[in-house]
Write a protein that binds this ligand. Sequence first.
Ligand code: DAH
Length: 355
Amino acid sequence: MVSFAILNYYLRIMDAIINQIENYSNEINLFTAVDTDTLEQFRIRFLGVKGIVKAIMGEMKNVPVEQKKSFGQTLNAFKMLAEAKFEAEKERIESLNVVTGFKIDVSLPGMPIPSGSRHPVTLMRNRIVEIFERLSFTVAEGPEIEDDWHNFTALNLDENHPARDMQDTFYLSTDPAILLRTHTSNVQIREMERSKPPIRIICPGRVYRNETISARSHCFFHQVEGLYIDENVSFADLKQTLYFFVKEMFGEDVKVRFRPSYFPFTEPSAEMDISCMLCKGSGCAVCKRTGWLEILGCGMVHPNVLKNCGIDPEKYTGFAFGMGVERPALLKYGITDIRLFSENDVRFLEQFSGV
Ligand code: DAH
């Protein structure tokens, strides 16, 4: 017969244990295993040889006979709770995909991958370059900060040449004259100075002119320059090359015309127009009712330019051409304001992903 005082003592201890079981049960219910390590820690803490379940079971011997049954049931339920949680978490962890070495919960929604897009000017430049690459032209590049010789003088524009007024130049210094190149023709000179004919290059790049910024013109824009120097290169070669380009770029139906023009670095010089692809030549606002769009300047390289670069004009001839990139990009993508190209508005730029 146990005395009342002792019984009372055991009952208080049991209360404390039951309280603990409740706390542990909460902990178990809230548990989620992040990986096999945390699952193993859980197992050791609750179900291990020295774990909480075993420890509480050990109290059974101290429980008064009258309480043994109900305490036993509580303990059993607690043990089953811990075991069930362990099994459930084990199954979930094992179902995680470990193929890549990372543990991936395939039941989670995927994360969106934002895809970038190329700038429309880059897209157009790449298209132009790619067509000439098919004719064995190779890409050459030159500096945007240039000296007077490569931008003007070597291109047959001496100091007082009126054609200098055609290009409103940004000067960085005047003595010596250092400037932002006004055209990509500087790359012709650099290439002819550094290599021997045959030369067949295509030169994409950015150019600068001191012009008022508006929907139609900007103080910087892009050009692609072409140059072909070899023995017996003729104007017929120039025309054939540019015909090929136009058909590849704008399609078979597009008509082409050459108009005589003037550039100091070519003789003879021409400008090439294509029939307006928007109105098919009948006249619209884009072609200013003429039915034609001017797309490039070209000509046979002036003998003085060859001489300036150490190439014998008696032996070699060549053609050159230069075209803007923004204009055909505006036409192709139906854009009406050139300023959009340089404003970096993501809402504008992201429309070209997948183009
Ligand atoms: N450099 C000229 C411009 O800026 C374009 C050009 C015309 C380039 C005729 C050439 C050419 O190579 O032969 O407008």
